[in-house]
Design a protein around this ligand. Structure first.
Ligand code: TA6
Length: 297
């Protein structure tokens, strides 16, 4: 594990060659590579990595609100997708587990922990969302894949409502060859046609701007699989994250995002986002919410 870039990033490499890099800004995973060095996440060439705005790509963290919620008083003043992805997180440390068989004391896996709390939140944001909370975000790299999980605790006397989502940008080669399975028969909100509720039949294919919030019929631990050209590209396992957002901006929306480069990049990415966003999670004093995803290939 090393801390680099003037304390702004934490990266780890396994002896088998897999690697992960996390920006302390937003605790945003900005790179995840397999042992051959192939990048598995999509990161815009114009992504801001200096803390001036949320990272366009990787795995931005969405908390305490998904999108904007103008009719939810407590979060209506927050920026789109909340403040977690725009805040400076602290690196809390790493823990590594050696495989039972390893004699070279090599790390079979490494877990990096990051923290954000009302104690470290900037004053402006605290003014907009004055609840006492703490968040621990864990990024675990193994030869089989990458897990990211968040624990939100209400440390205050006031209950609060929140939504949580892992805004994962998966890298693929050709969006026209992608099919997403595991969402069959799920109800979904189609945000491209005015938030109409529909029901998914068969695999999901991406042929234009796509922005859908699925609640998989098979529950919060059913796998979602991204295939490309008929073979598995990614499997996304969820733990306690009951919803899955599928987003691709396509050409026109990509053209309209200043930090989305190259403009043709929509052909090389698909966002499959595990979250709990269709309703509000209410945390009483001392309550905690825990949600996690495991990405494998
Ligand atoms: O991922 C779904 C979504 O809510 C889309 O509606 C789109 O807005 C996307 O997030 C990106 O949002 P951002 O605030 O990062 O530009």
């Amino acid at each position: 594990v090393n801390i680099s870039h003037a304390n702004s990033r934490v990266s780890a490499v396994l002896p088998t060659g897999e690697s992960v890099e996390v920006l302390l800004f937003g605790a945003t995973v900005i790179s995840w590579k397999d042992r051959a060095g192939n990048e598995k996440l999509w990161l815009s060439d114009a992504a801001k990595l200096d803390g001036s705005k949320a990272v366009r790509g990787g795995i931005p963290l969405v908390f305490p609100v998904f999108g904007t919620a103008p009719d939810h008083a407590a979060t209506s003043k927050l920026p789109q997708h909340g403040f977690a992805r725009n805040s400076k997180w602290e690196f809390l440390g790493k823990s590594s587990s050696e495989s039972a068989s390893s004699t070279s004391h090599s790390d079979a896996s490494v877990k990096l922990d990051f923290g954000l709390s009302s104690a470290t939140l900037d004053e402006k944001t605290k003014g907009l969302w004055p609840y006492t909370f703490s968040a621990i975000y864990s990024v675990t790299l193994t030869p089989e894949g990458l897990s990211t999980g968040i624990v939100i605790t209400n440390d205050g006397k006031e209950p609060f409502d929140c939504q949580v989502l892992l805004h994962t940008y998966l890298r693929i080669n050709d969006i026209t060859k992608v099919k997403i399975t595991g969402l069959e028969d799920s109800k979904y909100i189609d945000k491209v046609v005015g938030a109409q509720t529909k029901s998914q039949s068969g695999a999901v294919t991406i042929t234009g701007e796509t922005d859908r919030v699925y609640t998989p019929a098979k529950g919060p631990s059913s796998p979602v699989v991204v295939t490309e050209g008929g073979s598995n590209a990614f499997s996304i396992m969820r733990d306690n994250l009951k919803d899955v957002v599928v987003w691709n901006p396509w050409a026109e929306k990509a053209a309209g995002m200043g930090d989305f480069e190259p403009k043709s990049g929509f052909k090389n990415m698909i966002c499959v986002e595990a979250g709990s966003v269709r309703s509000w999670t209410s945390l009483e004093t001392g309550d905690a919410f825990e949600g996690a995803q495991t990405l494998s290939y």
